[in-house]
Design a protein around this ligand. Structure first.
Ligand code: DX5
Ligand code: ZN
Length: 214
């Protein structure tokens, strides 16, 4: 059984509070908060002000995915009483070790994400300090894209490393996952699944959530 983090990027922003309350009334584990700067990825989403307003209704912890260049400039803004994970991109950091240390110093768990074109070995030197590894299974920037199968061997790579060397991180996957293909990432050994359009656009959200997790 995997955990699920619905990505609020696929919610209806005109009724964001209602959409979030709706998914929180079902069996979800985190809210996945996608923050984009139009630089690291070709899209802009929302920032800390929106996230802070959500604190009034949040009932599950935040899994924050920062798709921004030099994220160390903004990490402080994303620390709230609901923040559990802050994930930065390997490709966006000048000094990844320092950025991980900063997230820890500010009291959150540190995640690191790699894009589809980045090989998993780049994280070898950091595995002791990372709490969450986020394997992207689409090019980050937009919801509703097709799942990329090259994420599967990367998930397996981190599962094997963890087993061999007793690391503590959890493994998350993000992009294009739905009730039909979720088995692929679960078989590979993922712990936490992000799903945006497959949850928010589902006719039966409970079914989609349960099917992705089971
Ligand atoms: C993509 C985001 C994802 C996205 C997932 O850049 O990081 O979290 O919202 O959406 P789906 O599940 O629709 O691919
Ligand atoms: Zn995301």
């Amino acid at each position: 059984m995997a955990k699920i983090a619905p990505s609020i990027l696929s919610a209806d922003f005109a009724r964001l509070g209602e959409d979030i309350s709706d998914v929180q009334s079902r069996n979800i584990d985190y809210l996945h908060i996608d923050v984009m700067d139009g630089m690291l990825v070709p899209n802009i989403s929302f920032g800390p002000a929106v996230m802070k307003s959500l604190n009034r209704i949040a009932k599950v912890p935040y899994d924050i995915h920062l798709m921004i260049e030099r994220p160390e400039r903004y990490i402080n803004e994303f620390i709230t009483e609901n923040t559990e994970f802050i994930t930065v991109h390997y490709e966006a950091c000048d000094d990844l070790a320092a950025t991980i240390a900063l997230i820890h110093k500010l009291g959150a768990k540190a995640g690191v994400s790699i894009k589809p074109g980045t090989s998993p070995e780049v994280l070898d030197d950091f595995l002791n300090d990372i709490d969450l590894i986020l394997v992207m299974s689409v090019e980050p920037g937009f919801g509703g894209q097709k799942f990329m199968e090259n994420s599967i061997p990367k998930i397996q790579y981190f599962v094997d490393k963890k087993r061999m060397d007793n690391y503590q991180y959890i493994i998350e996957v993000d992009g294009g996952i739905n009730p039909e293909n979720a088995y692929l990432v679960k078989e590979a050994g993922v712990d936490l699944i992000v799903a945006g359009s497959a949850v928010f656009n589902a006719k039966d959200r409970t079914y989609a959530i349960e099917k992705i997790k089971e």
